[in-house]
Design a protein around this ligand. Sequence first.
Ligand code: FES
Length: 161
Amino acid sequence: MQDEGPDPHRGEDVRRAGPEKESSVSRRRFIAASAAGAIGLGLAGAAFWPIWEYLSPQSAEGEKVQVTIPRSQLGIGQAHFFQYRGRPAVVFQVKPGEFIALSAICTHLGCIVNWRPEEQIFLCPCHAGKFSLTGEVLAGPPPRSLPPYPVTVKGNEIVIG
Ligand code: FES
């Protein structure tokens, strides 16, 4: 014969949660699980948001983004680093009134290049990739030139983008 548990009709003690108590417990569990899930999503979002920001384009396609730099900040033969669309970039005055703007991100593995005025090159500190002041690869592992950005001069301002 199988034991089917306590039988209330035989006077056995039955301690079951009533429907209200079960409902209350399951509601409490549901709220706790929802809160834990919301907190977990918030933490995951906070952790991955900087990565998403870094990897995603800074503006929609076709949206014009311009950066303005006073000409007074850039002498001949000098490089000026700035952020363009949230990424490192550099503008350089080749000769009076002639400017070149480039991405400052090495095309090898993404390190930020440095300007070497004594050699007139951009040097990548990671694997010694060398770029000319127009961004062409001179030496090292970078597979491509530094991407250029459009530059115009408007009065006393250099406008990139
Ligand atoms: S990341 Fe620039 S040379 Fe490797």
